[in-house]
Design a protein around this ligand. Structure first.
Ligand SMILES: Cc1cc2nc3c(=O)[nH]c(=O)nc-3n(C[C@H](O)[C@H](O)[C@H](O)COP(=O)(O)OP(=O)(O)OC[C@H]3O[C@@H](n4cnc5c(N)ncnc54)[C@H](O)[C@@H]3O)c2cc1C
Length: 256
């Protein structure tokens, strides 16, 4: 019989002592959501975390009675409709809810030549941007509408593993129109689509900056498939600030 590694011995030890069927390593959002979903299905789970508090990149620290988020603070996934409200559903599965505050302006850009607020209200955002670039009014609407088309496709299919081909085939069978809608965007990047409608270099730079803020790469390197998330998302109801900070959420899952 092959000798067990120290890791296997430790895991077996944990399984026996804590009577856990599954061990989740890491209490970041990924680990906590995974663990809570398993608990909701009646499975005994042990979560191991190497840091002092749970949360990982969505953790927090406290100073003088105030709680500060260390990473994530503005969170997508708390919508009420569609399939992109993964966090609402993950919490609901364990009878929890996190109170969130709608932010009327997601980002206020203070750029050398552009001072612009990205309003949660889509029409207001489009109107403000069009006032700033009146010759591009039509192109602006066309470009952001196209980002919304991507978002609407994403929001109508279950978003789980994009690497598991059997799962993808099943999703395709259930939502052929939404999937076909997305497929056409797979080879396109945001920069190419923006230039199809817009020619003003300053406005294209602004779109570059928007992409950078959300996807950490410029428009030419942001896949169009992400644009629904990185651009349309900024003007959706689904983007919110958790009351008391995102750092509150690990304790919700922990209590589950
Ligand atoms: C500055 C910043 C801002 C962000 N802003 C947003 C935002 O506004 N909106 C948004 O949606 N997302 C945001 N994110 C991203 C979001 O925070 C992360 O995608 C998410 O928290 C990642 O969760 P995770 O569980 O995959 O990983 P992590 O949060 O990295 O969690 C991994 C956990 O595993 C633990 N761990 C690692 N190795 C071991 C080990 N060997 N044994 C035990 N434990 C281990 C770590 O200590 C950690 O707690 C932001 C991230 C950062 C850094």
């Amino acid at each position: 019989m092959p000798q067990k590694t120290i890791f296997q011995v430790l895991i077996n030890n944990f399984m026996t002592n804590f009577d856990a069927e599954v061990i989740v390593i890491g209490a970041g959002m990924g680990g906590l959501v995974t663990a809570s979903q398993l608990v909701a299905k009646g499975i005994d789970v042990l979560v191991l975390e190497k840091y002092l508090i749970p949360g990982g990149s969505g953790g927090y620290f406290e100073r003088n009675g105030y709680r500060f988020d260390v990473g994530a603070s503005m969170i997508f996934g708390f919508g009420k409709e569609g399939t992109t409200n993964l966090l609402t559903r993950a919490l609901a599965a364990v009878d929890r809810e996190l109170e969130t505050i709608p932010d009327p302006v997601q980002i206020h850009y203070h750029l050398p030549d552009i001072d612009l607020k990205v309003h949660r209200n889509y029409d207001q955002f489009i109107a403000d941007l069009s006032d700033r670039f009146p010759q591009e009014r039509r192109g602006i609407k066309q470009f952001y509408d196209e980002c919304w088309r991507v978002f609407n496709c994403l929001n109508s299919i279950p978003l789980l593993s994009l690497e598991e081909w059997r799962y993808l085939l099943r999703v395709f069978g259930q939502n052929p129109l939404a999937c076909l809608g997305l497929v056409q965007y797979l080879p396109q990047n945001v920069g190419d689509v923006a230039r199809r409608y817009i020619s003003n270099p300053q406005l294209l730079k602004f779109i570059d900056m928007e992409c950078y803020c959300w996807s950490v790469v410029p428009a030419d390197r942001t896949p169009m498939i992400n644009a629904g998330m990185v651009l349309a998302i900024a003007t959706t109801e689904a983007l919110t600030i958790p009351r008391g900070g995102w750092g509150k959420s690990p304790s919700l899952w922990r209590r589950a």
